[in-house]
Design a protein around this ligand. Sequence first.
Ligand code: URP
Ligand code: ZN
Ligand code: ZN
Length: 511
Amino acid sequence: MPPQNLAQQRLLIKGGTVVNDDCSAVADVYVEDGVVQQVGPNLTPQPPYGLLVLDASNRLVIPGGIDTHTHMQFPFMGTRSKDDFYTGTKVGEQAALAGGTTMIIDFAIPQKGCSLIEAFDTWKSWADPKVCCDYALHVAVTWWSNQVKEEMKSLVQNKGVNSFKMFMAYKDVYMVNDEELYAAFSCCKELGAIAQVHAENGELIAQGAKKMLAMGITGPEGHEMCRPEEVEAEATQRAVTIAHAVNCPLYVVHVMSKSAARVISNARREGKVVYGEPIAASLGTDGTNYWNQDWAHAAAHVMGPPLRPDPSTPGFLMDLLANDDLSVTGTDNCTFDICQKALGKDDFTKIPNGVNGVEDRMSVIWEKGVHSGKMDENRFVAVTSTNAAKVFNLYPKKGRIAVGSDADIVIWDPKATRTISAETHHQANNFNIFEGMVCHGVPVATISRGKVVYEDGTFNVTAGEGKYVSRPPFPPHVYKRVRQREKVCQPVPVKRAPYTDVVSAAPGTPN
Ligand code: URP
Ligand code: ZN
Ligand code: ZN
């Protein structure tokens, strides 16, 4: 008899259509020790015993989703987000796995004046014992000093961090000014990291919020009205300009509006190294919800930047995602239940900002992107997995089904449907912003490093099974152009003979 545990280590996925970002082909996938060993037709791995066989006929076999933007158990706005890395996170992570996501990238966020390395260590200590799928950490730069600069270097060189988020909003809490952005972007470029921005003008938000409250607008609609689209677009343009000035690659997180998306699209067409990340929320719903008569419903949609009241926004963002004006998708999963949202029942500025998404991202994008005819299954893989792997230097270990890749794989049924609901979701909060949405495209089985962790509604995961994934600096996908520009695009002085004629005396100088 074969040893019992071989069944976990050896896996054959038979007869599906293997989809990568550049091609689709009917093929079997053979996995051993968590890694893809063979991809091809009619595989017969030896020995034949001790092999778990999954039938994928009439289904797609796709790389596991990478959610580039989550906040599990985030201490924020006087409370803590509901999905943590175990019960929060067990639930949250299971939700990811149930939705076809096999890796998340969360954020370690220090308070102003505090150590980035300590923040990283704190988040990692929260995640490691609990996490059920692979994860990595972006780190936020919320203030500037020599210490911050040194810590960024150490995080890149010793801790596998290659991305730093700067907030242009949350005045007096996380917001950095243009000088600090310039310094942080310059440092990212030197270290081979990606600069990420939360692009909103924090000063205008502070002024706008005061104005709304003075006008007696205290409900969730005030949250959108105090920070309309141009507040996001202006900050996006400013970040693009500063990043370009120092030749630093820029990644704009949670793109929420048509005008911010246009800024990114224009920058890309001008050849700037800029990436835009719409999220499940901005692709799947809109800001008309803030005007809902039910306060709890409206408050449940509060996030920053806000969803936009123009109902054509999700379709517009999806068009840009299909055409590579926008490149990567996350969720900004940062869930608060209604009682937590009620901290702001009399003042919208106190409603904790954040919405769900980690479980539903893949289905929402399939429904609104692929089922609608805007993108094909290869582009779907690109925007849910491969592009993230390329930008954050995880490729081709992640984001591809090929020999040598991690066996993070989803068996996807493009014809099955499910209806999203808080009644049935696996997330910890009691509200779902996609409530009632019928989605084609359902993950039938999710495989994380070769282990079937979710199949037909049943989980097989243990807390702490997920691994922290180090991300080396200088991702070639991003940095080849940056490095070449560094060599050939430096300004040079004009060579000319020195001026030797009369120089006028400075005003006030005696003749
Ligand atoms: O509303 C949001 N986005 N909450 C999480 C914090 C952030 O800005 O990403
Ligand atoms: Zn943000
Ligand atoms: Zn966020």
